[in-house]
Ligand binder design. Structure first.
Ligand code: GDP
Length: 568
């Protein structure tokens, strides 16, 4: 079957804002999405909500219906709201379009019982970096002790129903969260008290379980988008489209899931996408959306379309998409367009990433699921506090060839023979191969965790080296023999000493002992100094640069002794 759909054609010629959900793990991102999606399920109708590829579309009518109790007479000009289905970072970092963030607005979910958590801050920083508008959903209000459920009620109404104790706890927790945001340099306020929207970010208390505050959240999302982004949301015929995922689908080969932000796509359009091995030029074979009767779970039932207008999530089937990179822009070649120029544009995103690779060739390898997440990871590794050099990058699952590439470092700098794998699969086979080769693979879905693992590994190596070095390290010191403390003159010599300068340490292995004797070879007036060598100086330099046992004055003493021994 084929049909033309103009999913969210609007009178005002605005497209639907695109929204994604971010926040710390377990704050309720998935649940909130479910809640927004399924509110009307009990009533046996989905209220015009349509499941799209990678996203859910909420028509304005549905939002109007659900926010009736809020008595907002503001006109909804946008046709609806497109919410990206994958909550979390990837969905945000993935979504790029021509160098800017693709999400128009985000929901930053915070658990009211926990306040700000590490990924809240990570999300916050991403949002700021991309200059993306967002609304804080202060979720799980129903967990406040003694909360009385008022299903799907506006939050102010729900709060009025609560006991004084619940209200007090609520206020206390809100105040604390506002303070925590302030510590991050951000002004926030409950949206219904916010007199300075724009400067002060809105907080909407919600429950993803019983739905309180969800109408407020929906209305605010739409109102705020259409109030502040009219220009961005005005439908343009210029195509803006981003690859979300590259997937193999039975009967269609490799397909790409895209979000069409602006413009129209047609069956038969010639398109260009960024590929691992260069630009991919191909022709749209089919434009697919899920069958509305998805509940039946009939296999392979996609609707085919002759053309689709933004904003919409679409699956594209075409030849040669195997090496397409998720998170990059899709381009359509028009009759007057210069193909070579479009190819260059398509590869630009990739090049900006390639430019960040260490020119010296010394560094770890990093791998991520999409270009967007790879960029986020590179940006993080480059930050001064982290500062881990990168010598190679890749997108998609870790293969043997990636391990091979990382193994080159084994000879140059062993600790960099490492792959930091962010949100990608590593098969057992590859893992075993890496182990045999001596390449370390660290896997995580959270950037911070990757860093923590790598840092622990590096610290471990440093510790190990230090231990090895301790055997050869000779610390500089100047000793004075104490009078009346000559306990044994030889075999072994036992003397009481004052440490005048430097640090006196036990040596791991005893240096060859020459037959020396107190009173014959040296005497009470003689100063004793540590017996350093070129080798021992190098060992100290390599392993004790920032060690507490080697403060500046000890390095100065080392130089003095070096001159004394005439070491070159
Ligand atoms: P995500 O990791 O952010 O996607 O979090 P989930 O949506 O998976 O939720 C994590 C847990 O918190 C699940 O057990 C949810 O049932 C629970 N949860 C989510 N939202 C709420 C809420 O508003 N109230 C309560 N009481 N529990 C919630």
């Amino acid at each position: 079957s084929s049909s033309d759909i103009q999913a969210n054609n609007s009178e005002g010629n605005l497209r639907s804002p695109i929204c994604c959900i971010m926040g710390h793990v377990d704050t309720g991102k998935t649940k909130l999405l479910d809640c927004i999606r399924h509110t009307n399920v009990q009533e046996g109708e989905a209220g015009g909500i349509t499941q799209q590829i990678g996203a859910t579309y909420f028509p304005a009518e549905n939002i109007r219906e659900r926010t009736r109790e809020l008595k907002a007479d503001a006109k909804l000009n946008v046709p609806g709201l497109l919410v990206i289905d994958t909550p979390g970072h990837e969905s945000f970092t993935n979504l790029r379009s021509r160098g800017s963030g693709l999400c128009d607005i985000a929901i930053l979910v915070v658990d009211i019982m926990h306040g700000l958590e590490p990924q809240t801050i990570e999300s916050l920083n991403l949002l700021r970096m991309r200059n993306t508008e967002f609304i804080v959903a202060l979720n799980k209000v129903d967990r406040l002790y003694g909360w009385k459920t008022l299903r799907n009620a506006p939050i102010v109404k729900a709060l009025k129903q609560q006991s004084k104790d619940v209200q007090n706890e609520f206020n206390m927790r809100v105040t604390s969260v506002i303070t925590q945001f302030k510590e991050q340099g951000l002004n926030t306020e409950l949206y219904y008290k916010n007199k300075d929207m724009g400067e002060t970010f809105n907080i909407v208390p919600t429950s993803a379980i019983s739905g309180e505050g969800v109408p407020d959240l929906l209305l605010l999302l739409v109102q705020w988008s259409q109030k502040t982004m009219i220009e961005k949301l005005t439908f343009k015929n210029e195509l803006e489209c981003t690859v979300l995922e590259v997937k193999v689908v039975e009967g269609h080969g490799t397909t790409i899931d895209v979000v069409l932000v602006n413009g129209v796509l047609h069956e038969g359009d010639q398109i260009v996408v960024c590929g691992m091995q260069g630009p991919i030029v191909t022709t749209i074979r089919a434009l697919l959306t899920p069958h509305p009767m998805k509940e039946l779970r009939v296999k392979g039932t996609y609707l085919h379309h002759k053309q689709i207008k933004a904003a919409q999530g679409i699956k594209i089937s075409a030849q040669g998409l195997e090496h397409a990179i998720a998170g990059t822009g899709l381009y359509v070649v028009g009759p007057d367009d210069d193909l070579e120029e479009i190819k260059r544009s398509a590869m630009e995103d990739m090049e900006s990433v390639l430019n960040r690779i260490e020119k010296t060739g010394e560094g770890v390898c990093v791998q991520a699921s999409t270009l967007g997440s790879l960029e986020a990871l590179l940006e993080f590794l480059k930050s001064p506090a982290v500062n881990i050099p990168v010598s190679g990058i890749s997108i998609g699952p870790v293969h043997k060839k990636d391990v091979m590439r990382a193994s080159v470092m084994l000879e140059k700098k062993k600790e960099y023979a490492t792959i930091l794998a962010f949100d990608v699969k590593v098969t057992t086979e590859v893992e075993e191969f890496a182990e045999d080769t001596g390449v370390k693979i660290f896997k995580a879905d959270i950037i911070y965790h990757l860093f923590d693992q790598f840092k622990a590994y590096i610290d471990g190596i440093k510790e190990e080296k230090k231990k090895e070095a301790a055997e050869e390290a000779v610390f500089p010191c100047v000793l004075k023999i104490m009078r009346d403390c000559v306990f044994n003159k030889k075999d072994p010599i036992v003397l009481g000493v004052d440490v005048i300068e430097g640090v006196l340490k036990i040596v791991g292995t005893n240096p060859e002992e020459q037959q020396k004797m107190f009173g014959r070879h040296f005497d009470i007036e003689d100063e004793l100094v540590s017996h350093i060598s070129r080798k021992s100086i190098d060992v100290l330099k390599a392993n004790y640069k920032k060690d507490e046992s080697m403060p500046n004055e000890n390095w100065r003493l080392l130089v003095k002794l070096k001159n004394l021994f005439k070491i070159q």
